[in-house]
Ligand binder design. Structure first.
Ligand code: KG4
Ligand code: ZN
Length: 398
């Protein structure tokens, strides 16, 4: 089954074509085409994602990326394909809020033969609403004109499922030998969730952040230190340099909710503590040097790691999980991976640990195609898809 997938929930616009084969327990995925544009540098001056800018950029880039992904997948076949007037009007109606995208989409459809794929999957949430609508509306329009089943797909499920795959080669992944129950930790710019998975698609949210997402906290602390967005990679590089240099911060930051009797997190207090500590620190050091910034990065990251280690450990113990899977943009952090791997090896030697492959850790459309393929599981008639639709639209709730 070949799936064309769109992802526009945040600040990455992405299109992928993925071929899925096999039963859920041993499904393999081959990436046939993968095109992605990150808007991160455009959002830099705002220190975070600016929704209306994200929406505009998605609308501008989605069709060029679709062309790139289809071309790479050898599914771009230029054949004039005139659209009946009625069809064109229907597409324009679906995309009435994005007239430029409507024009680009109609032009694209008129230029090529309908690509030979089996379904179109689109991230329908959670995410930034104006950004999501671009992918959803374009997806609905294309699914209509190309007569493809439309699979609404949950962004968090995309992160989790893709993190559970293992690479076979540089273009293929497989979902084999996942031992349930699985404890999932999703840490990204928009989400911090702890999820218990008893089986495929059987999720229970057991905890999460009560305020800021972890990636958001990284990004905000980076901003305080005048480091560009996205702040996660910068902070983690600076903290690593500080570790190598054997630096120790002359101040302490709090470890919020470290001992709370639940699986929740709170990062907003930590962020505020950085702000106040920085204010005090600047009284002695008005011009922050690189080394000063490294000290803040180090202590901030150590505080984060302490909390994550404690909460993961607590959940592994309580839920008797056989696999720990860590997904989302922050899971690209290599020091965090090392720390969690060591923690599990030492205290839970029977638990397998899975992380997103680096190229799948931050937002992308390959993960959306993977989650959609697993949901569809060969069932691509309109009737069968009703249940897929209902499930895909679900948020991960407790
Ligand atoms: O999953 P993602 O691409 O987008 C959302 O769905 O939110 O995650 C992006 C987040 C950003 O906040 C970024 O700062 C963070 O992931 N991030 C990192 C690292 N790489 C990306 N945080 C810490 N360490 C990293 N190496
Ligand atoms: Zn994400």
């Amino acid at each position: 089954m070949k799936i064309l997938a769109f992802e526009t929930s945040c600040d990455e616009t992405a299109v992928a074509v993925v071929e899925a084969e096999g039963e859920p327990d041993a499904m393999t995925f081959r990436v046939l085409g993968n095109a992605l544009f990150s808007q991160a540098s455009l959002h830099q001056e705002y220190g975070g994602v600016f929704p209306s800018l994200a929406k505009r950029e998605h609308a501008k880039n989605l069709m060029p990326l679709l062309q790139a992904a289809l071309t790479e997948a050898q599914l771009w076949e230029e054949v004039p394909h005139p659209l009946p007037e009625e069809e064109r009007r229907h597409l324009e109606k679906l995309l009435r809020r994005e007239p430029d995208l409507a024009r680009a989409l109609v032009a694209l459809v008129a230029r090529i033969a309908p690509p030979s794929v089996d379904a179109l999957a689109v991230t329908t949430g959670p995410g930034l609403e104006p950004a999501l609508w671009v992918g959803v509306n374009a997806g609905r329009a294309l699914a209509h004109v190309w007569r493809l089943p439309f699979i609404p797909t949950n962004h968090l499920e995309g992160h989790l499922i893709s993190a559970l795959t293992k690479p076979l080669d540089d273009r293929s992944y497989s979902l084999s030998e996942v031992a349930f129950p699985v404890l999932g930790l999703i840490i990204s710019g928009g989400h911090t969730e702890m999820v218990y998975m008893e089986d495929w698609h059987a999720y229970r949210r057991i905890g999460g952040t009560r305020d800021d997402a972890l990636g958001e906290a990284y990004d905000k602390v980076a901003r305080m230190l005048d480091l560009p967005y996205p702040g996660g990679p910068r902070i983690s590089r600076m903290a690593n340099t500080a570790r190598k240099e054997g630096l120790e911060a002359p101040f302490d930051l709090p470890r919020p909710m470290l001992h709370s009797d639940d699986h929740d997190f709170s990062f907003s207090g930590l962020k505020t503590a950085v702000l106040y500590t920085l204010k005090e620190y600047k009284k002695q050091h008005p011009e922050l040097t690189q080394e000063d910034k490294r000290l803040f990065a180090l202590e901030f990251e150590n505080a984060v790691f302490d909390v994550i280690a404690m909460k993961v450990s607590r959940a592994l113990k309580l839920y008797d999980a056989k696999t720990l899977v860590v997904a989302g943009g922050v899971s690209a952090n290599l020091t965090l991976r090392k720390m969690l791997t060591l923690l599990v090896e030492k205290h839970y030697p029977d638990v397998a640990v899975a992380f997103s492959e680096p190229e799948l850790a931050t937002d992308n459309a390959v993960m959306i195609a993977m989650a959609a393929a697993l949901r569809a599981d060969g069932a691509l008639t309109p009737e069968d898809l009703d249940s897929v639709r209902a499930a895909g639209a679900l948020k991960l709730t407790s």
